[in-house]
Design a protein around this ligand. Structure first.
Ligand SMILES: Cc1ncc(COP(=O)(O)O)c(C=O)c1O
Ligand SMILES: Nc1ccccc1C(=O)C[C@H](N)C(=O)O
Length: 423
């Protein structure tokens, strides 16, 4: 950032906003108001992304077609419901760096994780362990534990945690390597969050995939905090599967439908075990009411049910914005605005702030997880009352994520000023 002004000023922040090639997108979102009627400083897109103004139009279209067409909307709606999920595929595939045949929007994250483990966690007597990161999101841990138990294994023995070293916050790749060196022959699956929900650390996905595969394990990623935030380049990176939700960085509304990636190498493998439903069946013969299941090649073959169109409409609206902005541009702004937030936090005097997220932009998305010395949740609550929407994660982290599509540098500046006022 070249400028004559000092970076730690409102003028500097505003100047960055002027130069921001994505600045027009902020106005395409509904920004909630604080108690003074001013726009909130909304840094919580890592939990629930804001609503694009376009969403209402897309959902209303489907409501209108439903009211006018009833059942015929499946084929006659402006955007027919039968193939509706396909309208999302190309744009979603670009955001996660996959081929369209590798991606499908369906179910929700935890459900997709189970479906993927049905296919890709196939324990044998000798190879049955699963590796996860030690502070994986609880839902992932519950899902993995229940899969282990379902197959007759005890998490105490079969769940291996990749942990930060004593006194450290972040996981080191070398320690995962050591786990694989020592126990690789026993490990059936590596399931890692691409970006950890607590620390904001993004892991080296390609290295992890190669490591797992080299030791004969399957590899899956949870992109809950990755999709729409970092570029996981899934096809090239090569994991067996990945799952994500669409309500965080993908701005598709609370509880909206999730995403699933199955690598092309599994596209036509009819021997893979899976749980099936009619929406995964060959589209040409789906309504012949035949009884043998004939999977659609690729990720679509894992679909179970006909999907909720209103939710898919919200995703379609959001993906239209991502497509218009271009994911590379979004990521470029993400790096800049996150670096700026980091800079301002580090400028706060007295070493009160510790950022536990890695410094290297390659190892993070736009979330910074901060610890404030001697602070407890009361400080966080005051920050919220001051119109800064972030979140608190036990035991003592404030997560702030300047999601680039609707955040400004001015916003980030205001957040730090309000935090300083409370310290
Ligand atoms: C890493 C991670 N895994 C799983 C979940 C659970 O997702 P869902 O409730 O959509 O299944 C979340 C967020 O809620 C998450 O952040
Ligand atoms: N879906 C939610 C519904 C209610 C409350 C939180 C969530 C979250 O998504 C939390 C998020 N996964 C997190 O990283 O903390």
């Amino acid at each position: 950032m070249q400028t004559t002004q000092h970076k730690n000023t409102l003028e500097f922040a505003k100047e960055q906003d002027q130069k921001d090639p994505l600045k027009r997108f902020r106005n395409q979102f509904h920004i909630p108001k604080d108690k003074n009627g001013e726009e909130q400083v909304y840094l919580c897109g890592n939990s629930l992304g804001l609503q694009p103004k376009l969403t209402q139009e897309y959902i209303l279209q489907e409501l209108e077609d439903w009211s006018n067409l009833g059942v015929e909307g499946h084929t006659e709606a402006k955007n027919p419901w039968m193939p509706y999920h396909e309208f999302l595929t190309d744009k979603m595939a670009k955001i996660v760096g996959a081929k369209p045949s590798e991606v499908v929007m369906m179910n929700t994250l935890s459900v997709n994780l189970h479906l993927m483990m049905v296919s890709f966690y196939r324990p044998s007597i000798g190879r049955y362990k699963i590796v996860i990161e030690s502070d994986a999101f609880p839902s992932d841990k519950y899902a993995v534990e229940s899969q282990l138990k379902f197959h007759g294994h005890q998490p105490k023995d079969a769940l291996i945690e990749w942990k930060p070293r004593e006194g450290e916050e972040l996981c080191r790749y070398e320690d995962l390597e050591n786990i694989m060196e020592e126990q690789g022959d026993d490990i059936a699956l590596l399931l890692i969050g691409s970006t950890n929900y607590y620390t904001g650390q993004s892991f080296p996905l390609k290295k992890i995939t190669e490591l797992g595969h080299r030791h004969g394990a399957k590899v899956g990623f949870d992109l809950a905090h990755g999709a729409g935030n970092i570029q996981p380049n899934l096809h090239e990176t090569g994991p067996d599967f990945a799952v994500w939700c669409s309500y965080k960085y993908l701005n598709s509304g609370p509880g909206s439908v999730g995403g699933c990636f199955v690598h092309e190498r599994h596209a036509n493998n009819k021997d893979l075990k899976r749980f099936t439903g009619w929406w995964g069946h060959n589209k040409q013969t789906r309504f012949n009411m035949r009884h043998e299941f004939d999977p659609i090649p690729g990720a679509e073959g894992w679909q179970l049910s006909n999907p909720p169109i209103l939710s898919l409409a919200a995703i379609r609206a959001s993906l239209a914005i991502f497509d218009e902005a271009g994911f590379e541009n979004i990521r470029a702004k993400s790096v800049k605005i996150t670096n700026y937030l980091e800079y301002l936090l580090e400028e706060i005097e007295g070493d009160q702030i510790e950022i536990i997220t890695p410094k290297n932009p390659e190892e993070r998305g736009c979330q910074l997880s901060i610890k404030v010395q001697h602070a407890n949740k009361a400080l966080f609550d005051k920050l919220m009352a001051a119109g800064v929407i972030a979140d608190w994660r036990e035991p003592n982290v404030i997560r702030v994520a300047p999601a680039p599509l609707y955040n400004s540098f001015e916003n980030v500046y205001k957040m730090v000023e309000r935090l300083k006022a409370l310290l």
